[in-house]
Design a protein. Structure first.
Length: 367
């Protein structure tokens, strides 16, 4: 999502709308999220942005009414890789159930002694016992440290997206156009014989730790059919949350989230948005409230200029673990990264992603 905002700002530069760019910079909430683990630029004023960049993107989707003091796990973890050529952007999801070693960490309120767990737990342990900006900063820092330990990738910036808040961005855009690549049944939204909106399934935890579903009698779930679709805001957010009814579970959801990011990105850069100051300003205003960005010490205007050549069609979504669950031996519902994914992350670290994907075109996700 950070890449979306940065490239949106680039669009403002391209059309030379100084007032809009100035507004955009004021609208985006900024915070040092990476702490000492980030590759923080020492930039005196405006400067050229050079070299490959890696941005850590996290989606959070807290339950309605959740206690703000309760730890939140990151719902999605995406590496946005920008090659030194600045002519593309690669979205690479790290499966949230990946079994990893999380390093010891003290956030000032709680001490975590380190150990093995699913990677999305790092976000929760980092912010445990804290609330607000402090919780976000420490949650991201521990997740970044965990990824560095896992594959050696370090980050030049970061962004946290509140999926619930992001629905307001889609509201302002009037929905998004997406290619739905597989029939997807909603576990959250259905309709009864009176046309009322109700939950179509009762969810429970099976003995093996997986999620079970019992259909609610008399309720027809919403189904998203394959093909090019215009999704209303509520449909888009519902679609990208689904995993329980999909054959590859969280992998299918990861792919749909990547496609959603790309669709929103293209809509933001569409002519009727960029040339409409009222709509453009409103999009940036709600986007700023739905996300928190760590620019890595680089001025956002400089990010924008560096990424001016990246369009929606230049955003490449990449599969990890061949797009399927790779069971971790002896760790219940967790999984391990396969060798291709390990090699892909090594390519991220050394800015060889283009060449790696040329040799492994099957890892490029559709949509």
């Amino acid at each position: 999502m950070l890449g979306t905002v940065l490239t949106l700002l680039a669009g403002a530069v391209i059309v030379a709308k100084e007032a809009l760019l100035s507004y955009a910079l004021r609208s985006v909430a900024q915070q040092n999220l990476l702490g000492d683990t980030g590759n923080r630029a020492q930039q005196p004023g405006h400067a050229s942005v050079t070299g490959a960049k890696n941005i850590l993107l996290m989606g959070v989707d807290a339950r309605p009414g959740q206690d703000p003091r309760e730890p939140v796990r990151s719902d999605s973890i995406i590496i946005l890789h920008i090659p030194a050529s600045y002519d593309a952007a690669f979205l690479i999801s790290i499966p949230r159930d990946t079994w990893v070693e999380i390093p010891p960490y003290d956030n000032g309120a709680r001490q975590y002694d380190g150990g093995y767990d699913k990677i999305n737990a790092a976000f929760a342990y980092g912010g445990n016992g804290l609330t607000g900006p402090a919780a976000r900063s420490h949650a991201v820092e521990l997740l970044a440290l965990t990824i560095k330990k896992l594959c050696g990738v370090t980050f030049d910036g970061a962004g946290i997206v509140d999926f619930t808040g992001f629905q307001q961005v889609v509201n302002v855009l009037g929905g998004v156009d997406m290619y739905v690549d597989q029939e997807t049944t909603s576990v959250s939204i259905g309709h009864n014989s009176k046309g009322e909106t109700v939950v179509p399934f009762r969810q429970y935890t099976r003995d093996d730790g997986g999620q079970g579903l019992d259909p609610v009698p008399g309720v027809t779930p919403v189904v998203y059919h394959v093909g090019n679709q215009h999704l209303e805001p509520w449909q888009a957010l519902d679609y990208v949350r689904q995993r329980e009814t999909l054959p590859n579970g969280d992998y299918d959801r990861q792919r749909h989230q990547q496609q959603f990011i790309k669709a929103v990105f293209k809509r933001m850069l569409s002519k009727d948005v960029l040339t409409n100051p009222v709509r453009f300003n409103k999009v940036l205003d709600v986007a700023g409230k739905a996300m928190t960005i760590d620019s890595g010490g680089i001025d956002l205007a400089d990010w924008a200029y560096a990424m001016r050549g990246v369009s929606g069609d230049d955003v490449v979504t990449v599969k990890t673990n061949e797009g399927t669950f790779n069971q971790s031996a002896g760790h219940g519902t967790a999984e391990d990264l396969d060798q291709n994914t390990i090699n892909l992350l090594a390519a991220v670290r050394t800015d060889r992603v283009k060449g790696f994907l040329a040799a492994h075109p099957e890892l490029v996700a559709g949509g």
